[in-house]
Ligand binder design. Structure first.
Ligand SMILES: [Zn+2]
Ligand SMILES: [Zn+2]
Length: 144
């Protein structure tokens, strides 16, 4: 898979024990669609609340999906104040350099929240298992 910004071949990188496709040239990152979807599902109790966390921008993205080559859409992930590009075919999300730090914060927050619970380790394991069942694991590749 190639970087949508500069066509550099993406390399698999391990972040917090999970895999993410990383561009060594522009420092951007590609996430499977399900990965952020799962994070998003932790932000609101109801479907309506979850939908309210995403706001699509007026202008299209300047980038093409690295999976299918279609022009992506830029949007604002309001729950975390993140600017992202996403494929209309739901292949995944592109994060420019710097935005990855925000996602790392989100994961850290999630881990801290779980650490507060009595069975933190089990809960975190269950969280990761849930993501894996959802399509390849947090920041990982689909194994199917
Ligand atoms: Zn790049
Ligand atoms: Zn696509």
């Amino acid at each position: 898979m190639k970087c949508p910004r500069d066509q550099t071949e993406l390399v698999v990188e391990h972040t917090l024990g999970v895999e993410v496709d990383h561009c060594p040239t522009c420092n951007g990152r590609w996430l499977d669609f399900n990965e952020l979807d799962q994070l998003e599902s932790t932000t609101g109790a109801t479907e309506t609340e979850r939908r309210a966390t995403i706001e699509f921008g007026e202008k299209p993205s300047e980038l093409d999906c690295p999976v299918c080559g279609k022009r992506m859409r830029a949007f604002n992930y309001r729950a975390y104040n993140l600017e992202l590009d996403t494929c209309p075919e739901k292949h995944g999300y592109w994060l420019d350099s710097g935005e990855e730090g925000r996602v790392r914060d989100i994961i850290n927050e999630r881990v801290r929240g779980l650490e507060r619970s009595a069975s933190a380790e089990a809960a975190w394991g269950g969280f990761l298992d849930g993501l894996k069942r959802g399509g390849g694991g947090l920041f990982g590749r689909r194994k199917r």
